[in-house]
Design a protein around this ligand. Structure first.
Ligand code: PRX
Length: 631
């Protein structure tokens, strides 16, 4: 790959080029990839519709870039290392050739099941190698994958399947997580009761769990894969054909399907991986995210494989069998570059330093963080105890919608500041705007974080509802992509992300709309109304605080709390369980009926010294009652 930046001067030159001549800059990078035919134009865009086309007219298949082109030189190199949940089970290593064959086999199975280019495929699977095969097999034959994190409930799967009319579901019998085994296929079965678009499912056997297989609808992967070949031609895709849909929460309505396309996503996933992590040919890279989130898409699967890297995939959790598991796996597989989330670091920090001191970690060269702001204490702990103060700790800011890392130090190349994401990657033009949408040009300021020029892996649309994409991201500030985050830019031009400025909360790096959780809570028949806000949480970053009004009648608070929690688990999944549920007699509403969340946030934070002006409220006395019952 010819696009690795190796010095700070090169970074500065690349950055300048990328602003002065973005088309020329990205064209030179795109030339590093295999295209079946070249593009006509590098970029056509406007942020009003919005319409964004990168490398239009170019033909490619991303899996040829992830797999085929490495076979000659890296056929026997390890592409994928799979580490199971239980350390007593054997890990599995796949060379590039073996991964290629597995992907082709699964692609052939899908074809035999009738999958066609353009079909949407829901993948609801735990972190097993077949999940990686499945994602790449879809891409191989031009089917659009929509991976749904295996912690979501049946209702959430059904919503996502119905929104994009998926025709196939790829899943497993069950999953293994810590000391628990959890059903998976049974959850899909429940979802499919309300998903008429689904024709067939393919089930991977992970745990020999007893499952119901519907005749003519459900197929075992191990049966179907017997008779297929390990070669499968790659479908010819247009650069702007859809590669995948990934659902993410916004401040309004149901989660939306963020659409990424083949060419631009490939170029940016490859470019950002090589540069942010400074990957070298013999390095072992481990991103601990789940492939159900964008981090796993870009930095477990596509980014590493596009660069011919060795990528580690972990089925388990950081605390099983004990809080030393991450460090044990790093030593076991000689991991050089490790990428995780602040919430994991904070929970391991809380478990005590002995767990980390028990391992050598000598292989570590670079450490990354993603998903939420990393507080300085966690940054330092990571730096001292994991990196032994000799590995750069980079804080990478990006979003599902951006497809790849946008603002981050390049490990060991650009300067580091704890709790700052740092400088933008070449090709990325962030700006801060004030409440009126005016750009704030000077440094040492805070504002709303926007991006003023397209980059190849940016969101193209929200599936089935382009207007929603326009309103959400391109209508707040004219001609700008609005991130939903607030940020500070210091005197050196480094960015520090402050957090969401909309009604989105970030719990352990997972995004939820407050409205989405409220809708779930309101499904409980005993609930009249609810309001949800985030509050600072030592481990999770933000916790979920729900204020709930109950219907008349006697309620045992403990029972009702458990019931409300169960309602949320049923409608969204166990990852969205409220941390605190306060039963209130009313909510602080203005005369026009709008909930004053500012007041609720203060209560949730436990800071009621200055609740601000409450005189415009319909019933100011409600506030006193809420403060009195505060948890
Ligand atoms: O608020 C920012 C926060 O996570 C949001 C994006 O969430 P999601 O689409 O789920 O993607 C997460 C992983 C890419 C952002 O709007 N966020 C992400 N990374 C950081 C961050 N906040 C602070 N620092 C980060 N490094």
């Amino acid at each position: 790959m010819n696009y690795r930046i190796t010095t700070f001067e090169e970074y500065e030159t690349a950055y300048k080029q990328s602003v002065d001549n973005p088309e020329g800059f990205w064209e030179a990078i795109a030339d590093n990839f295999t295209w079946q035919s070249r593009w006509n134009t590098v970029l056509e865009w406007n942020f009003t519709e919005p319409s964004i086309k990168w490398f239009d007219g170019g033909k490619l298949n991303i899996t040829e870039n992830c797999l085929d082109r490495h076979l000659a030189t890296r056929g026997n190199k390890i592409a994928l290392v799979w580490e199971p949940n239980d350390p007593k089970e054997l890990s599995i290593r796949y060379t590039y050739r073996e991964l290629y064959e597995n992907v082709c086999r699964m692609a052939n199975v899908l074809k035999n099941m009738g999958v066609k280019k353009g079909n949407r495929i829901c993948i609801y699977m735990p972190m097993i190698p077949e999940l990686t095969f499945a994602v790449l097999a879809c891409a191989r034959i031009g089917a659009v994958h929509s991976v749904v994190f295996a912690g979501f409930s049946a209702a959430s799967i059904a919503d996502r399947i119905n929104d994009s009319l998926c025709e196939y579901v790829l899943t497993s019998d069950a999953l293994s997580r810590g000391n628990k085994q959890i059903p998976v296929k049974a959850v899909v079965d429940e979802a499919l009761e309300t998903c008429p678009s689904v024709k067939k499912t393919l089930v991977v056997n992970r745990l020999n769990w007893p499952v119901h297989m519907a005749e003519g609808r459900d197929y075992w992967y191990h049966d179907e894969v017997q008779a297929v070949s390990g070669v499968c031609d790659a479908e010819v895709m247009d650069a702007e054909d859809m590669l995948f849909i990934l659902y993410t929460s916004g401040s309004t309505g149901k989660p939306k399907g963020v659409v990424h396309t083949c060419g631009g996503y490939m170029v940016y996933a490859g470019y950002s991986f090589a540069n942010v992590f400074q990957y070298n040919e013999s390095d072992v890279f481990w991103c601990t995210a789940d492939i159900g989130w964008v981090t796993g898409h870009t930095y477990i699967v596509y980014g590493p494989l596009l660069n011919g890297a060795t990528t580690v995939m972990f089925e388990g959790i950081p605390t099983y069998p004990d809080a030393g598991r991450f460090w044990q796996v790093i030593d076991k597989h000689s991991v050089n570059i490790f990428y995780t989330a602040p919430t994991a670091i904070r929970s391991l920090m809380a478990a005590g330093v002995d767990h980390v001191l028990a391992y050598s970690l000598h292989s570590i060269k670079a450490l990354g963080s993603v998903g939420e702001p990393i507080n300085e204490e966690a940054w330092q702990w990571y730096n001292i105890h994991v990196g032994k103060e000799r590995a750069p700790v980079i804080d990478t800011w990006w979003q599902t919608e951006t497809g790849g890392v946008m603002i981050s130090a390049l490990a060991g190349i650009t300067p580091l500041k704890p709790s700052f994401a740092g400088l933008p990657l070449p090709g990325i033009q962030p700006i801060l705007v004030d409440a009126n949408g005016e750009e704030i040009k000077e440094n040492g300021v805070e504002g709303y974080l926007c991006i003023k020029f397209p980059w190849p892996s940016m969101i193209r649309t929200t599936y089935g509802d382009h207007e929603r994409c326009r309103v959400n991201y391109f209508s707040t500030y004219k001609n700008l992509y609005f991130t939903g985050d607030g940020a500070r830019r210091d005197e050196d031009g480094h960015y520090r992300i402050i957090g969401r400025v909309d009604d989105v909360i970030n719990v352990s790096g997972h995004r939820f709309g407050t409205a989405e959780i409220e809708n779930a809570i309101n499904q409980n028949k005993k609930v009249v109304e609810s309001a949800v806000v985030g509050f600072p949480h030592d481990i999770k970053g933000q916790g979920i605080y729900a204020f709930v009004i109950l219907a008349e009648g006697e309620h045992d608070p403990k029972i009702i709390e458990a019931e409300i929690t169960e309602t949320v688990v049923e409608h969204i999944g166990r990852i969205a369980k409220p941390d605190k549920i306060q039963i209130v007699p009313g909510l602080p509403k203005t005369r026009s009926g709008k909930i004053m969340r500012r007041i609720l946030r203060k209560v949730a934070e436990g800071d009621v010294s200055n609740l601000g002006d409450t005189t415009t409220l319909l019933d100011p006395a409600v506030v006193d009652a809420i403060v009195e019952g505060m948890l």
